[in-house]
Design a protein around this ligand. Sequence first.
Ligand code: NDP
Ligand code: CA
Length: 319
Amino acid sequence: NRPPRLHRDIMRIRASSLQNEPIRIMQWNILAQALGEGKDGFVRCPMEALNWSERKYLILEEILTYRPDVLCLQEVDHYFDTFQPVLASLGYQSSFCPKPCSPCLDVHNNNGPDGCALFFSRRRFQLLQTNHLRLAAMMLKTNQVAIVATLRCRLTGQFFCVAVTHLKARSGWEAFRSAQGAHLLQQLRNITTQSYPEMEQEEGIPLVVCGDFNAEPSEEVYRRFMTSPLGLDSAYKCLSEDGTTEPPYTSWKIRPSGESCSTLDYIWYTERAFCVDAVLRIPSEEQIGPDRLPSYHYPSDHLSLVCDLSFNQQPHRLM
Ligand code: NDP
Ligand code: CA
């Protein structure tokens, strides 16, 4: 007796070529089970909509609807008992990096710390290296982390790095997020300028960075990413009419403190290396409904972002 899943259209931006199959990327803060039930206080979401026994299937259903080649998740507190085994059986290799001092651990009956998780298609990509980073801010260690994986396309030999992160939440922490972003960009620069045997890229390894940045586009950390020497652009700007505006929201919730509708989640990509072929549309206000997120329809207070990226350059050699 649950309402049917709401459909989200994929907006096609350009035709993908057959020789250059796009890489589908999914970014999603799935809402830690311990935080959703124990800390967030989503006042308009029925508690039954938060039961893990059902909510996990809504999350998995959404992932399997889009079948991403690379899946970047935040607030994962059911990695070992759910996402790792289920997604491994569907062909994904993965890595999990817990937060050093996860707020989930304060919740009664928690399932362990939450953290970032990165999944990729084992059929399409070979893993060359994984880095687990603890983000710093002004030289001090923080409670936020990132995973960076260096992958090689098995078919074309093309290399790229993919990173997943979740920056510090809450207002008043804008400078802290900006410092975390600066640290992450520096680490990404170090990792993407490493070289590997057989690598053809001369200008650094192309990069995709997915995250819940907990920052609106007006924040300094957004500007840092937009103007970094890595040459990144944000995929979801492609949805807007002028091609330069982020969506109006990626998260929409009602807590006792009030309603919050904000753009916090991004998929960054190296502009010279990739084109955005397609982007999954953001549900309308009407689809989201008056009680906002999460709900029986949407298992998290954040919306999933999905885009298809293809390499600008044709591979030099097809194996
Ligand atoms: P953050 O401030 O980054 O937030 C943690 C989580 O809370 C995020 O997943 C965030 O979700 C969610 N959140 C954001 N705003 C609210 C809100 N208004 N109400 C409820 N939840 C919210 O946390 P930190 O990682 O910096 O850790 C802070 C917490 O962690 C402390 O409150 C403490 O419980 C614990 N901690 C404990 C330490 C210890 O020594 N025991 C040390 C450090 C932290 P989203 O990103 O989706 O907004
Ligand atoms: Ca959250």
